[in-house]
Design a protein around this ligand. Structure first.
Ligand code: ATR
Length: 286
């Protein structure tokens, strides 16, 4: 095989997780590749528990250029990297790997994906806002630094287990006005933006929230998405939110940032988000 032929071979990327069969990442990256004319191949690889290090090593050794990492391996990937971006170091998790000069570089594009979706797609300015972040697990940690970088007036992390929220707030205290509490402590407080980063939607539940959390101008964002509005989105609509949004846009935006890291080309995301909404069977607004 000569270099001439290698030149025409697609560059190989994949997403690793477990389960992986319902991942939208192959579809999203193939839409990005079509749109930008990039010659890539992107597959989904299911990895057994304990098998991530070997799976990453095999993919790299076989000439793969980069990976996305999803549930439940983002933390393990973070531990395995040769190098980390600053935002991945703070997030404590890696969702994007770039192989370069024989070593692995781990990044985390989830937080910037959330911020771009809220700020650029939904045109909600985060500066000076009162923001409530529900949850204190990996998903919440992953978005804290980019949210604080937008200079909200204050960011409150509230969690079922209050100590996790308090310790997360302490860890990020130098980056902005952030505090942590339990859910009952939200009583009597109001927020302009409420972001659900708990895993409660997965079980069809919502965290127990006080009734007067929202004003008529409040926005509610669920980092989850599905065919139907999530339980948190339903709660938000019932409690007077001005707008409720699911996490599909965040998914596409984090993928776009990975694509940019790998290929140096930034895809246009709006049309891809709409395509996915149609394919999910969601009603496309506006
Ligand atoms: P992830 O990486 O998805 O954030 P995680 O680290 O297990 O996963 O964190 C899950 C988060 O969802 C936690 O904040 C958890 O609250 P606890 O810290 O009290 O466990 C929250 N969570 C999960 N199910 C919930 C529910 N039914 N009601 C409220 N919070 C819930």
């Amino acid at each position: 095989m000569t270099d001439l032929f290698d030149f025409d071979k697609p560059a190989r990327y994949a997403v690793m997780g477990n389960p992986i069969q319902h991942s939208k990442s192959p579809r999203i990256h193939s839409l990005f590749a079509q749109q930008t004319g990039q010659n890539i191949e992107y597959s989904a690889i299911q990895v057994d528990p304990g098998g991530l290090e070997q799976a990453i090593g095999n993919f790299h050794a076989s000439g793969g250029k980069g990976l996305n990492i999803t549930v439940p391996f983002k933390r393990t990937a973070w531990e395995l990297m040769d190098e980390l971006s600053e935002r991945a170091r703070l997030a404590g998790a890696v969702n994007t790997i770039l192989f370069r000069n024989g070593s692995s570089y781990g990044d985390n594009t989830d937080g910037i994906g959330l911020v771009r979706d809220i700020r650029d797609n939904h045109r909600i300015d985060l500066r000076g806002k009162n923001i409530l972040l529900l949850g204190a697990g990996g998903a919440a940690r992953g978005v804290l630094e980019p949210l604080l970088a937008e200079n909200p007036a204050r960011l409150v992390i509230a969690n079922r287990t209050p100590d996790r929220a308090k310790s997360l707030a302490r860890e990020f205290g130098e980056l902005g006005e952030v505090s942590g509490c339990g859910l009952p402590a939200l009583m009597g407080q109001r927020f302009e933006l409420v972001i659900n980063a708990t895993a409660a939607s997965l079980a069809g539940e919502i965290p127990p929230l006080p009734v007067n959390l929202l004003t008529g101008d409040s926005y509610c964002y669920d980092m989850m998405y599905g065919m139907e509005p999530t339980p948190f989105m339903r709660w938000a609509e019932q409690h007077g939110a001005a707008k409720t949004v699911d996490g599909l846009g965040m998914l596409v935006e984090q993928a776009a940032e990975s694509f940019y890291l790998w290929r140096g080309v930034r895809p246009v995301t709006g049309a891809v988000i709409n395509t996915l909404r149609h394919e999910l069977g969601q009603h496309v607004k506006g």
